[in-house]
Every structure is written in C-alpha cells, then in structure tokens.
Design a protein around this ligand. Structure first.
Ligand SMILES: *[C@@H]1O[C@H](CO)[C@@H](O)[C@H](O)[C@H]1NC(C)=O
Ligand SMILES: *[C@@H]1O[C@H](CO)[C@@H](O)[C@H](O)[C@H]1NC(C)=O
Ligand SMILES: *[C@@H]1O[C@H](CO)[C@@H](O)[C@H](O)[C@H]1NC(C)=O
Ligand SMILES: *[C@@H]1O[C@H](CO)[C@@H](O)[C@H](O)[C@H]1NC(C)=O
Ligand SMILES: *[C@@H]1O[C@H](CO)[C@@H](O)[C@H](O)[C@H]1NC(C)=O
Ligand SMILES: *[C@@H]1O[C@H](CO)[C@@H](O)[C@H](O)[C@H]1NC(C)=O
Ligand SMILES: *[C@@H]1O[C@H](CO)[C@@H](O)[C@H](O)[C@H]1NC(C)=O
Length: 204
C-alpha cells in the first residue's frame, strides 16, 4: 500500500478510537431554572431529539447550585421528580458539594450504561423537574465503553475520572460485560498496527 493509504487508515483508526462526544446539555442555554416564571432555560426534549448518545459520551451540565443533576435508570424515580424512595444502586446525585445558592457549577456525567438514562433536578421539592428540568435519553452501544470508564466512580461525584489506578470502587454493577475487553483489543490493535507500519517504513 502507498504511504498515503496507511495515513488514511491511521486517520480512520484515530477518529474511530476517539469518537466519543461531549454533549452540552441544552446547548448555550444550559441547565437552569427561573423560579419567577417556573420555566427551564431550554426545551430538553427537543435538545435530545436529533442526537445520538453513545456509551463513553459525556453530558456536560452548565448550571449553578440552585439546580441539581440526578441520573437515574429507574423510570418510576424519574416520573416522581424525587429521590425520596430511590435506591443507591440506580440513582446518582452528581454535583453535590456546595451549600450556597447560585454558585456556578459544571457537571460532567459519563454515560456508562446502555438503554434508558433519565436526568432531572430534584431542587425546589420537584418543582423544577415538574416544569421541564428533566429529560430521558436512550444510550446506545456506539464504540463501546472506553477502558477508562469501565469502572465508573461511585457517588458522591467529585471530579471527572482522570485515571484508572484502581483506587475507585465501582458501585454500578450493570456495566455491560466485555466492554472493557473491547477497549483493550482496540489498544492492542493500534499498537500492532503502529509497529507494522514502522516496520514497513523501516523505522526499526
Ligand atoms: C469531555 O468531557 C470530559 C469530562 O469533563 C473531559 O475529560 C474530556 O476532555 C472532554 N472531551 C472533549 C473532547 O472535550
Ligand atoms: C411555580 O409552580 C409551583 C408548583 O407548581 C407553584 O406553587 C408556584 O406558585 C409557581 N410559581 C410561579 C411564579 O408561577
Ligand atoms: C438539531 O435540531 C436543532 C433544532 O431543531 C437544529 O438547530 C440543529 O441544527 C440540529 N442538529 C443537528 C446535528 O441536526
Ligand atoms: C424504582 O424506584 C422506585 C421508587 O422510586 C422503587 O419503588 C422501585 O422498586 C424501583 N424499581 C426497580 C426496578 O428497582
Ligand atoms: C414514597 O413512598 C411513600 C410510601 O409508599 C409514598 O407515600 C410517597 O408518595 C413516595 N414518594 C414519592 C416521591 O414517590
Ligand atoms: C439561587 O436561588 C436563590 C434562592 O432562591 C436566589 O436568591 C438566587 O438569586 C438564585 N441564584 C441564581 C443564580 O439563580
Ligand atoms: C434504545 O436503542 C436501541 C438501539 O437502537 C433499541 O433497540 C431500543 O429499543 C431503544 N430503547 C428505548 C427504550 O428506546
């Protein structure tokens, strides 16, 4: 093959390997609620409508501490706009920490489980959620969970996971098996491909 072909394959591989998307929730409008009008800053159903959400993608919530970010896999919890009867195993509160109102907050939530994922704010006793600060998405397999997310960190959420040093204990048990293996295989393939290529170009 001509070198150009190899470069094209490498480009293909690299884009394939890093094809995870960060979705900014609500676009420029963010994740906010106006208590004076009882309205959310965006229509989240239409925001989700024409997007694909894959394993390994992140949802980025640009908000402040007047709203919360709850992820649940339980539709009953979602419909109730409350975590009162929820279970620690299927409902997670991201972006805890501040006791002060109105502090700017950016919350990054990795998508680690395929199928229905529901998000809502449980602030103001559910009023925010009941008035639009809520949405559901269907997470699809895509390229699969990357190795650095194959053991999601437990709540309370502090920072986006930056390494896989084994210091975090997974509490989400539902992670599709084999997702991590797929990632490793990709890495092995990349190394193998790079070695072959270097051999062809006489670098070794
Ligand atoms: C997506 O968000 C995560 C979590 O904040 C961050 O680590 C990563 O660098 C972001 N990726 C891109 C392409 O912006
Ligand atoms: C917002 O909604 C709540 C409950 O639905 C209601 O009690 C409150 O009066 C409403 N506030 C405004 C400004 O409409
Ligand atoms: C999604 O829909 C919105 C509004 O309908 C539109 O502005 C936006 O360009 C669409 N995005 C894509 C990727 O199609
Ligand atoms: C979902 O949550 C509700 C409480 O919100 C609970 O009663 C129910 O058992 C949960 N469902 C599952 C499948 O865990
Ligand atoms: C939680 O469960 C109790 C007892 O079943 C029920 O009365 C209450 O309405 C539930 N709360 C929510 C938010 O679903
Ligand atoms: C947050 O809520 C507090 C209390 O309701 C209110 O005084 C403040 O203006 C809000 N801040 C923002 C940025 O919405
Ligand atoms: C989610 O997407 C998958 C793959 O497209 C599909 O098979 C499944 O029925 C969808 N689930 C829901 C709840 O929409």
């Amino acid at each position: 093959m001509a070198p150009a072909m190899h470069l094209a394959f490498i480009a293909l591989f690299l884009t394939g390997a890093t094809a995870y998307t960060n979705h900014t929730v609500g676009g420029k409008s963010g994740w906010l609620f106006d208590p004076n009008t009882n309205t959310s800053s965006a229509d989240y159903a239409s925001w989700t409508a024409n997007q694909t959400f894959d394993l390994g993608d992140y949802l980025i919530f640009n908000t402040n501490t007047n709203q919360t970010v709850i992820l649940t896999y339980n539709e009953t919890t979602f419909r109730s706009c409350s975590v009162d009867n929820s279970s620690d195993s299927d409902t997670f509160n991201y972006g805890q920490g501040s006791q002060q109102f109105g502090q700017p907050l950016t919350v990054a939530v990795p998508l680690t489980i395929e199928g229905p994922n529901y998000f809502f704010s449980d602030a103001s006793d559910g009023i925010q959620c009941e008035n639009g600060l809520a949405f559901g998405i269907n997470v699809t397999h895509g390229a699969g969970l990357p190795p650095y997310l194959s053991q999601p960190p437990p709540p309370p959420y502090v920072d986006p996971p930056s390494n896989a040093d084994g210091s975090v204990t997974p509490t989400v048990t539902n992670v599709p098996s084999g997702a991590g293996l797929g990632g490793d295989a990709n890495v092995r393939w990349a190394v193998c491909y790079a070695l072959t290529l270097c051999g062809i170009f006489g670098l070794f």
